[in-house]
Design a binder for this molecule. Structure first.
Ligand SMILES: Nc1ncnc2c1ncn2[C@@H]1O[C@H](COP(=O)(O)OP(=O)(O)OP(=O)(O)O)[C@@H](O)[C@H]1O
Ligand SMILES: [Mg+2]
Length: 250
């Protein structure tokens, strides 16, 4: 399923065109690494996909009912505990579960059955059945074990970034947009994250400077260079090889 689609999107800051009539789509099951030099506009592109910024030209379109999750640059947790932040996405799953229960009560009606089937597929794909085990995995993987009742606002800067990552991972979204998720992770946590994201069924787009991380996860590389996007199938090493070959030809 197509989750989000950039249709001829342009965006500029001052007189500099960060994006020039860009086309791009993120689909269920995609694993895309977004690369480009510092300041090329990667974070801006993610914010456009999230609808946090309005494009100056073109349109950002979403699939029906699609939800996307991203890590915020400066997360605010108000008076929530670590557990409450990590479980923010559960409310939506609980709502769906309730609705499924209502539909189950009248399954002999073909319309209800069809609606149940569709909603159930969505519930399953969003990890509805695995939310408790994923919660425990995130707690251990990002090392918040035993700290579930701590106020999130008291965490250090690095811990807050880690918690924000955990929140996004558990958001039960159809697509995940991660901007440098490994920045505050040691090697062990990075390896854990590769494993966790490897199981993710939705569409994933990430920015990272960690070559090992990119090579482990990416199945497609999207290169943002002077306002244009080029797509390369394969992992980061394949992208480097293709780039080198292209430069030698030119
Ligand atoms: N609010 C702003 N006001 C002015 N310039 C901005 C603003 N936000 C971003 N920029 C500029 O826009 C350009 C693109 O920024 P962006 O953060 O999207 O790049 P990036 O590819 O994510 O960079 P990095 O690799 O350093 O994270 C940069 O040149 C940056 O200085
Ligand atoms: Mg950035």
């Amino acid at each position: 399923m197509r989750l989000v689609h950039l249709d001829g999107v342009g965006y500029s800051i001052g007189d500099r065109d960060l994006l020039r009539s860009v086309r791009f789509e993120l689909r269920t099951g995609d694993r895309v690494a977004l690369v480009g030099r510092n300041g090329s506009g990667k974070t801006t592109l993610i914010r456009l996909l999230m609808g946090e910024l309005e494009p100056h030209a073109g349109r950002v379109r979403y699939g029906p009912g699609v939800t996307l999750a991203a890590t915020r640059q400066e997360p605010r947790f108000d008076d929530k505990t670590v557990r409450q932040v990590l479980q923010e996405g559960f409310a939506r799953l609980e709502q769906i579960e309730e609705r499924l229960g209502e539909l189950e009560a009248k399954l002999d009606d073909p319309n209800s059955y069809e609606a149940w089937e569709e909603l159930h597929a969505h519930f399953q794909a969003a990890g509805g059945y695995t939310r408790k085990s994923r919660y425990r995995a995130v707690l251990a993987g990002l090392r918040f074990d035993g700290r579930e009742d701590e106020p999130a606002a008291r965490l250090s800067g690095g811990e807050a970034r880690r918690l924000e990552l955990g929140r996004a991972l558990l958001a039960a979204a159809d697509g995940l947009l991660l901007d440098e998720p490994t920045n505050h992770l040691d090697f062990e946590m990075r390896a854990w994250l590769v494993g966790f994201l490897g199981e993710y069924q939705g569409g994933l787009l990430f920015v990272s400077h960690d070559r090992w991380f990119m090579d482990s996860l990416a199945r497609k590389v999207v290169h943002l260079d002077r306002g244009e996007l080029s797509v390369y199938e394969g992992n980061y090493s394949a992208f480097r090889q293709a780039r080198t070959a292209r430069e030698e030809q030119a």
